[in-house]
Design a protein around this ligand. Structure first.
Ligand code: FAD
Ligand code: EPU
Length: 347
């Protein structure tokens, strides 16, 4: 296992902002993870697991150990009705989706091109184009950070929700996700209700055609982090009460929103766009001109430029719609996780 001291994080997160950490270790086995966690010389230092860093904003130097998950391997078993995939947590998610489609296994094609590791997918229950991880997740294998035992959790036990799971709550900082299990039905059914997928002709529907259309839509709408630093949707789509929605829609009849289990889920990109913020920037940080929900590093920006831009966006949406945006991107400061409200409070 490699451990670097005072390492750059630039290549390990997708915002492309220069930031450093005290130690950086790349792990490719559970034994590596356990060895690191038990290492006396690193005791007392905060630890952060990282996949591809595609949902992260490092606001400062991280004064701890960043542990990069590169546990690799995948296997398939079959029943009469399903393919059962066991995927090690460090596998690349977009490569996994492309591979599954190539193998003729449908079921995760709607989740094409979502950057990140398989082991990170359960944390926010990744979702796109009508599918969420929870729809195909059979289990999640976790390493308990206190007992160092591996436990298999069922999908139900993961308490999945919209961009949410038990790993953000009761199991926050309590486990390392080692592997996931996916259950894909052999009797494949297309999920093509999302706008641009509806135009695929009925007789053309296949895992491959959906995969290709999803890739096309994503490449047209979302900036490629390899070219322009970003972390995908910066904010979650907010859920507001039916009352609040009714009041707003009376004034803004073209408001984009969908029924949620309780209340209405509003398209945050639409809200930001309606505030006239597309293309607005703070130094090198910019609200993406094509998809306003994405904040980008267009010109060597600093983390504080992104924080200032995020504050500006949040305030504008609050002032116009009285809707509080919550960021999806995870903020890390010198010692651990933080958030926009905490940073604003000390400024
Ligand atoms: P990281 O950013 O490395 O980590 C995210 C969090 O998980 C951190 O808190 C980290 O500490 C924790 N973590 C990581 N690995 C482990 C582990 N093994 N055990 C315990 N904790 C761990 N998301 C969607 O849901 N839908 C989309 O359509 C989507 N589109 C995107 C498009 C772009 C261009 C980008 C840049 C991002 C997009 N995202 C999307 C967000 C991102 O892809 C997902 O959140 C993804 O699951 C993050 O994976 P990662 O490996 O990069 O996680
Ligand atoms: N919209 C605008 N202006 C904009 C952006 C969007 O008017 O600048 C409108 C669109 O026209 C559309 C609606 O808002 O009517 C929704 O936009 P889109 O379909 O692009 O999806 P989204 O709600 O912005 C969500 C996820 C994405 C996911 C897509 C596709 C969240 C926070 N984001 O985006 O996930 O890929 O749907 O399913 O839920 C991510 O989480 O990082 C991410 C990219």
């Amino acid at each position: 296992m490699q451990i670097k001291k005072h390492a750059s994080l630039k290549a390990y997160h997708t915002f492309g902002i220069e930031q450093t950490c005290s130690y950086l270790a790349i792990v490719d086995s559970i034994e590596d993870v356990i060895q690191l966690l038990k290492d006396e010389s690193l005791k007392g230092l905060p630890k952060l697991f990282l996949g591809k860093g595609s949902n992260m904003l490092f606001t400062e130097h991280y004064d701890g150990v960043v542990i990069i998950n590169r546990l690799k391997g995948k296997s398939i078993t079959e029943t009469a009705e399903h393919y059962l995939l066991h995927i090690e947590g460090g596998e690349d998610w977009p490569e996994l989706v492309a591979w599954s489609v190539e193998q003729g296994m449908g079921g995760i094609e709607n989740l094409a091109l979502i950057p990140g590791c398989a082991g990170s997918a359960p944390i926010q229950n990744i979702g796109a184009y009508g599918l969420e991880l929870q729809d195909v997740c059979e289990y999640v294998d976790v390493l308990d950070l206190t007992t160092f035992e591996i436990k298999r959790m069922t999908a139900d036990e993961c308490e999945f929700g919209y961009r949410d799971s038990i790993f953000k709550h009761a199991l926050y900082e309590k486990c390392f996700i080692a592997a996931i299990g996916l259950k894909l039905a052999k009797a494949w059914k297309p999920i093509n209700q999302y706008g641009p997928l509806q135009s695929i002709a009925e007789d053309q529907l296949s895992p491959l055609s959906i995969f290709e259309r999803v890739c096309q839509v994503r490449m047209e709408k979302l900036p490629d982090p390899a070219k322009v630093g970003n972390a995908g949707s910066f904010f979650k789509n907010p859920v507001i009460s039916q009352d609040h929605y009714d009041r707003l829609v009376a004034e803004h009849s073209n408001m984009v929103a969908y029924p949620a289990p309780i209340g209405m889920k509003v398209a945050a990109g639409w809200l930001i766009d309606q505030c006239g913020l597309k293309g607005v920037s703070v130094n090198g940080a910019q609200v993406n001109p094509l998809q306003a929900l994405v904040l980008t590093n267009v010109d060597n920006c600093s983390a504080s430029d992104v924080v200032s831009l995020a504050s500006l966006v949040k305030k504008a949406v609050w002032d116009k719609y009285q809707i509080e945006l919550e960021h999806e991107v995870r903020f890390m400061d010198r010692f651990g996780e933080t958030n926009l409200a905490k940073i604003e409070a000390v400024q």
